[in-house]
Design a protein around this ligand. Sequence first.
Ligand code: CP
Length: 316
Amino acid sequence: PQHVLDIASLSSEEINSFLELGEALKEVLKRPIPKVPTLRGRLVVLLFYEPSTRTRFSFDRAAKALSADTLTFSAKGSSIEKGESLLDTVKNLKAIGAELIVIRHPMEGAPHFIAKHINIPVVNAGDGTHEHPTQALLDLLTVKERLGDFSGIKVAILGDIKHSRVAKSDILAFQKMGAKVYVSGPAYLLPTPLEEEYFRIYPGGFKVCYDPKEAIRDADVVIALRVQKERHGKPLIPSFIEYQTFFGLTFKELELIKKGALLMHPGPINWGVELSPEVEQYPFQVILDQVENGVAIRMAILLKLLTDGKTYEVTH
Ligand code: CP
């Protein structure tokens, strides 16, 4: 693909090629000097209109591991504060030398909008409540590494589905790879019946469960989501106390999942809300593996988009 804007527009073959390249690039990150010259002299701009720790720094690390230069742009302190538009901002960044833009923006569709108007690759690092495709790719890589295959596995996604761009991308990505996805959480935060139709890629591939036990039972993968209080408005529905009581994951809920099933969370975590602190000790908790895989998968994305899919030269 020319851009990575959402999982909805990626084929399973394209997803698989990112996973395979990401797996191969993990070897580079294990070298004594974890750096290759492949993208030397290329400029990647990280344009973040919303806070980020994992996505921003792993893209930065990924670009530098490939020897690309990076410029990190935060809305605060830039001419956005003087009223400069998104499109003018990216045109100016391109004039400065940007060859690829990674963008996180609170408005759904912002990455798609700039991709239409600027002829350099654009990567969506999270657009409002729409999608977070690079998170879904790193989640897939983490599951592939541990379970080997996606076909027929049951993935349970729990929590604030309504406001989660990670959930939207994961729901599509896991189904595209052959898994079935069950979601649960407070009814107010679940997809409506119409949305349920949109998210179902194949018959039986997607189900909304009002009882979290139905989603969790016999799952191979459980993904807990952060309650995104900044997107709820006031008052918080449900309150953190209610959420923890009815939907928080403890060891008791994990007794329902398959033996060896993975526990994941995209971060940042509200410990004591969606995850009880004790579950950090669950032996198949892979939350930091997800973060580690984020570097490799983002290296794969930068390489593919900046070398036109032709050059995967990763030797010194
Ligand atoms: N998972 C994720 O997107 O984390 P950040 O918001 O810290 O980038």
